[in-house]
Design a protein around this ligand. Sequence first.
Ligand code: AHG
Ligand code: MN
Ligand code: MN
Length: 331
Amino acid sequence: MRRVALSQYLVEQARSGAAVTPELGLLIEVVARACRAISVTVGKGALADVLGGAGTENIQGEAQKKLDIISNEILIEANEWGGYLAAMVSEEMEKPHQIPNRYPRGKHLLLFDPLDGSSNIDVNIAVGTIFSVLRCPDGVGEPDERAFMQPGRCQVAAGFAIYGPSTLLVLTVGRGVAVFTLDKETGSFVLTTERVTIPEDTREFAINVSNMKWWEPPVKRYIDECLAGASGPRGKDFNMRWIASMVAEVYRILTRGGIFMYPRDARYTEGRLRLMYEANPMSFIVEQAGGAATNGRTRILDISPTALHQRVGVILGSKNEVDRVTGYFAR
Ligand code: AHG
Ligand code: MN
Ligand code: MN
C-alpha cells in the first residue's frame, strides 16, 4: 500500500469532492496532533504520575481521572489558536469553551470526549479520544449551547483515536471511513486502511450483561436468542465481548463486524452514553462504513438534541443485527 500521511489524505479527499475546506483540514490535523500528545502522555502511565483519580467530578457527576483532565487540556490548548473554531464542547466541561479574544474565530464547532473508557486507564486497557465537528450557524459570534443543538446528520467530520498496542486514528469526512496508524518514529499518522466496510452480519455481540435486570424486553429477547445459539431461533452460536471502552468496541466492529449495545434501561432511563460527543460521532462513522446506529427506536443521527450532555441509548454495528433489534422494538 502506498504510504499516505493524513495531510495528503485530506488534500486528496478535497480534490475528489469531499467537503474538506482548508479550515476543516487544519482542524483535523490539529486534533490528530493533540491525540498524538495524549497517546504519549497515556503511554507514560505511572512513570509520569498521571494515573488514578483527580479527586474531582465532571458535569456528569462522574469522578474524573487525572488523564481525563490532562487530555481535555491538551485538546483545548491545541485548538484555541488556529482560527477555525467558534467554540468547543467537552464531556469534561459544563459549558461551551469560548475561543479567547486574542485569537480569531472560525466557522466550526468541535465536540469531544477527551478520554473515552477512562475507567480502564488504571488497568492498562485501551482508551481513546472521540471527536465530532459541526458548522457554526451563520451570524453566531459567541456560540452558546444553542449553536451546538444540531442533529448528528449535520456533522461534517467525526473520528476517534484509540490508544492501544498501536495508536490509531479513525476518520470520516463524509466519504467513507479511513484508518491511520501512528508511526511513532516519524510522529505522523499513516493511512493503513483506505475504506472500512462493516460486515452486515455477525456472530459477536457487546453489551454489559450485568445490567440485564434493567433491560427493556426487546433487548432481553435479542440477547436471550444470541445466548440460545445454534439450537435457538438464530440457528448459530454467538460470541460476546465487553471492554468498557467504546472506542475499542467500535474499532473491533469496524474491523470484523459485531453489534454494540448500551440501550436505555430502568436505571439509565435516558441511556448511559452521551449523544453529542460519543453516540453521534460513532454513529456517523459506523454508517459511513455501511453499518447502522439507532437508540432502538430512532436513527441516532436524526435525533434533535436538547442539551449538550444529554444521554441516549446506543445500538450500533452490523446492519442486519441492528435492524433486527430495532425491529423487536417496533413490535
Ligand atoms: P467515558 O470513560 O468517557 O465515561 O466512557 C465510558 C463509556 C464507554 O466508553 C463504555 O462503552 C461505557 O462507558 C462502559 O460503561 P460500563 O462501565 O457501565 O460498562
Ligand atoms: Mn466516553
Ligand atoms: Mn470520557
